[in-house]
Design a protein around this ligand. Sequence first.
Ligand SMILES: Cc1ncc(COP(=O)(O)O)c(C=O)c1O
Length: 443
Amino acid sequence: MNVPEKRVETRIDPYVDAYASRTKGLKASAVRALFAVANRPEVVSLAGGMPNIADLPLDVVGDSIADLIRRRGPQIMNYGSAQGEERIREQICEVMRLEQIEASPDDIIVSCGSQQALDLVTRTFVDPGDVILAEAPSYVGALGTFAAYQANVVHVAMDEDGIIPEAFRAATIAVRAAGRQVKFLYTIPNFNNPSGILMTIERRRQLIALAEELDVLIVEDNPYGLLALDLPPQPAIRSMDSEHVIYLGSFSKTFAPGFRVGWALAPPAVLKKLVLAQESATLCPPVFSQFAISEYLSTWDWKGQIDKFRSMYRERRDAMMRGLIDHMPAGATWTHPKGGFFVWLTLPEGFDSDKLSARAITHRVAFTPGTAFYADGLGSRSMRLSYCFPTPERIYEGTRRLGETLREEIELRATFGLVDPHLAIEAASSGGPASTTLPNHDF
Ligand SMILES: Cc1ncc(COP(=O)(O)O)c(C=O)c1O
């Protein structure tokens, strides 16, 4: 009997022809790709965005969760509502009141982190090829979600006050003139990830007035708003209009990301769609986590805890600012975040932060190259530096190592005549002026 020869599979991935076309836009996040090396103990990582939750009252949280299981285990370990548990939705209203939002628990859907809320919003609104406007630079995780739904991201320029209203108008008009629909404008008005920029209240008013005039929905992503370091929490865009805004919130930075609890506050018709999307995605958001957070909010001084986080991040932010002033070469500029986790550093013409990231690792410091935060390949002269996780001393040391990396690059470029030699000489000693530079986007 002839036994058929076993076919030898030569392709690395035998399913390569089977994947959905929407997977073609997906690529490994630059941030994640860096994690493996950046997390080595000898490297100072200014690359990640992990909240520093070591100061949480872990014994109190542990005891209250144990008690919760004993008292209500059968309920909190079961399936729950697709919209989320009522008690936590009421508490979320209290949290949002700190940013002047008046909302009903009925208009909230709880999600598996605000990342999932963004996913639900995108799957609800976006067909392949639809346009999403996004401020530039923008959160890498949002760009990943938009790519997964095959959206066409059009960036809108921002300056140190946030999105430029005229750029928003021009982009909307241009997209519509091309016969396409703008599905929404995505913005992180508080301490933008990655730039740290805070949108001024005046800009928020202008933006919402324009959204009403142009009839464009705004998706306001706000995980960092309560981590304002030099000022009180700012009024959310959602506090100025309830019809044109989907607001996304999260407990990841004000409590702990491991519970994976975030939410969306949406106009009633949109909310119904999001609940249906949630049912098909996960049946319901994590019930156990919602109860754990509810318990924390009702038994612990969570506002006092946020104040502790603010002091801790303020100290870290200040260490980074000192380090940049002391160690950056002339020609480098950077933002001065008033909250959140991130600084955006921009280098003179000709520098490439993607290439520099490998050199930085040899100097035992890691950052995230700026191109990760643009859908259109811009940002190569910039990098995101995060100050949320390392100690202030390590942050300062990280900026020193980054300065060393940049000086080495400047010297190399000067050797090959690629850089103004004065820059190289100044670079040996000076700290650069601090200001904001963001690449321009004209649609
Ligand atoms: C701007 C922004 N949006 C959303 C998220 C996702 O947060 P969550 O943990 O709530 O999913 C992050 C996390 O870093 C973020 O920076």
